[in-house]
Design a protein. Structure first.
Length: 165
C-alpha cells in the first residue's frame, strides 16, 4: 500500500525516533538493542489508518491490528527487561509519521490479479468482477468469544503475578 520507499521511511523513522527518545529519557547505564521500536512504529501507522483513514483498511484487519497492538502493549508492561520507552515512542513516532506517509495512499486490493473463466456451455470467456466482494460471515456470539476472552484475561493475570512474585 505504501510502496517500498515509504515503508522503509516509516520503519526506520519510527525506530530512530524510539531510539533517540530512549537515549535522552532513559538512564545512561541502560542499554537497549533490537528493532521493537520500529515494529511498534508500524503499529502506530496502522493505528492511524484504523482511526483516521478508515477507507484504507477494512474493519476485520483493523480489529486484528488493534488486538495485536493491545496484546503487545500489555506484554510491554508485563515482561521484564523491555524498553518501555522504546515501544511507546516507536508507536508515537509511527503515528506521527503516518499522515505524511499516507499521502496518496490507496486501499490495497488484489491488484493485478484477474481471473478469467470459460463457461462450460458456450466456450466463451467470461469475467466475474464481483468475486472479491465481501460476503457476510456469521460469527457466533456465544461461548467461543467468551472463552477466548477468559483465556486472554487469565494469561494477563498470570503475567502480572509472575512479574511481581
Amino acid at each position: 500500500m505504501l510502496g517500498k520507499t515509504k515503508f522503509l521511511v516509516g520503519y526506520f523513522g519510527a525506530g530512530i525516533i524510539a531510539n533517540i527518545a530512549t537515549f535522552y529519557l532513559q538512564d545512561s547505564n541502560f542499554s537497549h538493542v533490537g528493532a521493537s521500536g520500529a515494529i511498534f512504529g508500524l503499529f502506530g501507522i496502522y493505528f492511524y489508518m484504523a482511526f483516521y483513514r478508515k477507507e484504507l483498511i477494512d474493519q476485520a484487519n483493523s480489529q486484528l491490528i488493534l488486538m495485536i497492538l493491545g496484546i503487545g502493549l500489555v506484554m510491554t508492561f508485563v515482561s521484564p527487561n523491555i524498553n518501555i520507552l522504546g515501544h511507546l515512542f516507536g508507536f508515537i513516532g509511527g503515528a506521527a509519521l503516518a499522515p505524511i506517509l499516507l499521502i496518496g495512499a490507496r486501499p490495497f486490493i488484489n491488484r493485478g490479479i484477474i481471473r478469467v473463466r470459460r463457461t462450460a456451455d458456450s466456450g466463451e470467456i467470461r469475467f466475474k468482477p464481483n468475486r472479491w466482494q465481501r460476503r457476510k460471515i456469521r460469527t457466533g456470539s456465544g461461548r467461543g468469544g467468551k472463552i477466548l476472552w477468559g483465556i486472554f484475561i487469565f494469561l494477563v493475570v498470570i503475567g502480572f503475578v509472575a512479574r511481581f512474585v
